[in-house]
Ligand binder design. Structure first.
Ligand code: IMP
Ligand code: MG
Length: 185
């Protein structure tokens, strides 16, 4: 049987490091959303954020609701201005009472989250903040700073813990860098 771990060149963020990160961010969320006037909704950006969302929501102790969106960014790696396509929208009649916290796997160019935060604010959300497990600040094409960030990573293509290459590797429990031969095969 093929062992996907053999395709990994190095582990960038270990299971133990991820555990410490989700514990730290959950405590930050608890601190910031403690008030009775808050209605915190964690918005999972499918599919990459599924695993991060699952671990994080179990550690947050303030009351939370959850929701999902599916978003893809157009023109990645091209000269295009960078649009996003919303394949699954947030459909909540109560959005104007919701404090949305977008949960993302990785911020790369920044196009996805900068568009999405504006879009959800325009839809009438009471507040919109962002939380990412990984950040690649060196890759920004638009200015964007997440409100909560797990860890900054270098400009390498990473997989695991929800992140994929050609829909594979999402179930690995750590974040790793793929061996170059996996791309060129
Ligand atoms: P952005 O709009 O360029 O910030 O795109 C962020 C999205 O690109 C993420 O949600 C991922 O789906 C994808 N992405 C960016 N870098 C990586 C990577 O290293 N591995 C896997 N997916 C990535
Ligand atoms: Mg994603």
């Amino acid at each position: 049987m093929r062992n996907l771990k053999n395709d990994i060149e190095k582990v960038l963020v270990s299971e133990a490091e991820i555990d410490a990160i989700t514990t730290r961010i959950a405590a930050e969320i608890d601190r910031d959303y403690a008030g009775d006037d808050k209605k915190l909704v964690l918005v999972c950006i499918l599919k990459g954020s599924l695993v991060f969302m699952g671990d994080l929501m179990k550690k947050v102790t303030v009351p939370v609701e959850i929701d999902c969106m599916k978003v893809s960014s157009y023109g990645k790696g091209s000269e295009s201005s960078g649009q996003i396509h919303i394949a699954l929208d947030l459909l909540r009649p109560d959005i104007n009472t919701c404090d949305l916290l977008i949960i993302e796997d990785i911020v790369d160019s920044g196009v996805t989250l900068s568009h999405l935060t504006k879009y959800l604010a325009l839809k009438g959300a009471k507040s919109v903040k962002t939380c990412t497990l990984l950040d690649k600040p060196s890759r920004r094409r638009v200015e964007f700073v997440p409100d909560y960030c797990g860890i900054e990573v270098p400009d390498e293509f990473v997989v695991g813990y929800g992140l994929d290459f050609a829909e594979m590797y999402r179930a690995l429990p750590f974040v790793g860098v793929l061996k170059p031969e996996v791309y060129t095969k």
